[in-house]
Ligand binder design. Structure first.
Ligand SMILES: *Cc1c(COP(=O)(O)O)cnc(C)c1O
Length: 234
């Protein structure tokens, strides 16, 4: 059996509201099992690589929080959508180059990937400009201390977070992280939760398609889900 590319896309879009419902139900069930408040966990729908139509389908189904990992891709895909949906909340979840900071703070409500001192300095300047949309920032922690991965090392996290808040005045409200692929994620999730707790930060962004239930058990307030919602990325 063969299907045209267009038909496949249409089929996936048709199933998206169902998947959204299922994932919301799974999040709600795990939240209750973990004895946490019913609204404790927010679904960040990771729409990277997906077309704008998928975002519109998800919006029509009531989804309002989205994650994208590239500034330019998100700018094109979400053009006009904040005007149409004032409660839309767009998160940057990918690495941010300092030369894209001005574009990023004009577009994203939340920047989850503050991962180095130079970016903190650039954000502090950019957030003072007029027309800025970014209201919240998360510090990305490299819990697995992986050399190829972005993020602040756990040993440096406390000093970095304190410096961002007290000296630079950045609106840091939490931490985010991605556990190493072949490690048991729970310890990494617990470490993220503990760092947030030490600084009384309310947001902990952790857990993806494969491990979001574990993340909720460990205190995630935001789970970032792409594949389980939109299907396998090309
Ligand atoms: C792509 C991505 C996700 C979503 O991953 P899935 O496994 O598709 O759910 C979450 N967080 C970050 C930082 C990502 O880059």
């Amino acid at each position: 059996m063969t299907e045209s590319h267009h038909d496949t896309a249409a089929l996936q879009a048709a199933h998206l509201p169902d998947r959204l419902r299922e994932i919301r139900a799974a999040i709600a069930a795990e939240t209750i099992l973990s004895a946490r408040a019913a609204d404790a966990v927010t679904l960040v729908a990771v729409s990277k690589t997906r077309p704008r139509e998928d975002v519109e389908t998800a919006l029509a189904a009531g989804q309002r929080v989205f994650g994208e990992n590239r500034v330019q891709e998100a700018a094109a895909k979400f053009a006009g959508l904040h005007d149409a949906h004032p409660d839309l909340e767009l998160h940057l979840i990918g690495p941010l180059q300092t030369n894209k900071v001005r574009d990023a703070v004009a577009l994203f409500d939340v920047i989850e990937t503050l991962d180095r001192p130079k970016l903190a300095e650039a954000l502090a300047v950019a957030l003072k400009a007029p027309g800025v949309r970014t209201r919240r920032v998360l510090v990305e922690i490299n819990t697995g201390e992986e050399p190829q991965k972005a993020g602040i090392l756990p040993a440096e996290a406390d000093a970095f977070i304190a410096d961002c808040i007290t000296r630079l005045g950045l609106p840091v409200v939490g931490v985010m992280g991605i556990p190493p692929v072949d490690d048991e994620p729970s310890l990494h999730f617990a470490l993220l939760r503990e760092i947030a707790k030490r600084h009384r930060l309310p947001w902990v962004s952790m857990g993806m398609s494969s491990d979001f239930t574990l993340a909720i058990q460990q205190g995630a307030t935001h789970v970032r889900i792409g594949t389980a919602l939109f299907g396998i990325r090309q």
